[in-house]
Write a protein that binds this ligand. Structure first.
Ligand SMILES: NC(=O)c1ccc[n+]([C@@H]2O[C@H](COP(=O)([O-])OP(=O)(O)OC[C@H]3O[C@@H](n4cnc5c(N)ncnc54)[C@H](OP(=O)(O)O)[C@@H]3O)[C@@H](O)[C@H]2O)c1
Length: 355
């Protein structure tokens, strides 16, 4: 296991500092209690020399090289899978503890997959010197589910996601922005193909237009018609909760929201559950906000949740035909808790370890 060098304040590297997640990470580092000494910003050679603000100072971005990790204690990676796959082991070999946001190592049995509110103890068992951060869709629900599981014992999950375009990075946000400008002001949605014609080839990272639309697809094709995103939600939920055989059915859907993933969750537990107890648990769980008063029109929506840290839960109901199951509507900012914040929290756990 890689342990931190015995320095007073650890040196942190943010790899992918210029991306959608990296940008939010710099904001979060500027807002939280500062436990870091030097913060080094790293991206591709395209961005080398750019200056980005963190902790009220402008810091120059360095290109990703082996030497960039010299003296680094913790390196947070917010880069595409293939870049993390190649460079995270290099950073670890040079002595940094890597906290990786990509999908490259999440299911590696020698890499813990950590959500500080759910399984913080797992962070210490990191034989490769790498800790993984879960996928944003899993993270948008798992803090609330972890709290309910601790009391009721989870037995099955059925989940549908309503995923924001920023889950596909800067390219996803840009695609929705351009598509919205193309469809604005025209009469659309009245005949097949009119949205598609207006958007033309500007699909960005999505298989269909996402403006004025709902796309039942996220990620790449896996066996038997499942998407990679759906498999991630199943596999990662099992690993984080320590339930390797948990039945999980997932359908991932992209919606024209910039940031905040929403999910409907049907969670079945070991024994009967009551809504009152579930609400008590959710109201007091760290990192969860209960927002559930439909009579007053109160439930979480992405427009209210964006930019916030917690997992928001509303529409808490007992399943109509199963006293052991709950129905929930959950929202979480995919760039904050869904990516940057959880990574920063893991990095802080590492920084707090006795040297
Ligand atoms: N978006 C989300 O909601 C979300 C949530 C959880 C996890 N993630 C994961 O987090 C990672 C980053 O996602 P993102 O959405 O921030 O992507 P993004 O907006 O496309 O940003 C990618 C970042 O990686 C850098 N990069 C790309 N190729 C590189 C290379 N060859 N060498 C060094 N740096 C390179 C880019 O630098 P340049 O600017 O110099 O190109 C940029 O900083 C991905 O693995 C993604 O799956 C994303």
């Amino acid at each position: 296991m890689t342990v931190l060098r015995a320095t007073a304040r650890p040196t942190l590297a943010v790899v992918g500092a210029t991306g959608a997640v990296g940008t939010v990470m710099l904001q979060i580092l500027s807002q939280r209690a500062d436990v870091w000494g030097e913060i080094r910003l790293i991206a591709s050679p395209r961005s080398a020399g750019r200056k980005l603000a963190v902790r009220g100072e402008l810091v120059e971005v360095a290109a990703l090289t082996e030497e960039a990790f010299d003296g680094v204690d913790v390196a947070m990676f917010d880069v595409p899978d293939e870049v993390a796959e190649r460079w995270a082991p290099i950073a670890a070999a040079r002595g940094a503890v890597v906290v990786d946001n990509s999908g490259a190592f999440r299911m590696d049995p020698e890499v813990p997959l950590v959500v500080p509110e759910v399984n913080p103890h797992a962070v210490r068992a990191r034989p490769r010197g790498i800790v993984s951060n879960p996928n944003c869709t899993t993270l948008s629900m798992i803090v609330a589910l972890g709290a309910l599981h601790a009391e009721f014992g989870l037995r099955e999950l059925v989940v549908s996601s309503y995923q924001a375009v920023s889950g596909a990075g800067r390219a996803g946000v840009e695609a929705l922005r351009q598509q919205l400008s193309l469809v604005a002001g025209t009469e659309l949605g009245t005949s097949p193909g009119d949205v598609r014609r207006a958007v033309g080839d500007l699909r960005g990272p999505f298989p269909e237009p996402v403006a004025l639309n709902v796309v039942p697809w996220a990620g790449s094709l896996r066996e038997d018609g499942w998407s990679s995103e759906e498999m991630k939600v199943r596999d990662e939920s099992r690993k984080i909760l320590g339930l390797p055989k948990l039945p999980v059915a997932v359908t991932c859907v992209r919606v024209p929201v910039v940031t905040v993933h929403s999910l409907t969750v049907h969670a079945r537990f070991q024994d009967e559950v009551t809504v009152d107890r579930a609400r008590e648990i959710l109201a007091t769980a760290p990192g969860v906000v209960l927002c559930d008063n439909p009579a007053a029109g109160e439930f979480p929506t992405p427009a209210d949740v964006v930019g916030t840290d917690p997992t928001w839960v509303g529409r808490v109901r007992r399943a109509l035909d199963d006293p052991t199951a709950l129905e929930l509507f959950v929202c979480g900012d995919n760039l904050r808790k869904g990516a940057a914040l959880n990574t920063v929290q893991i990095a802080e756990l590492v920084a707090a370890e006795p040297s």
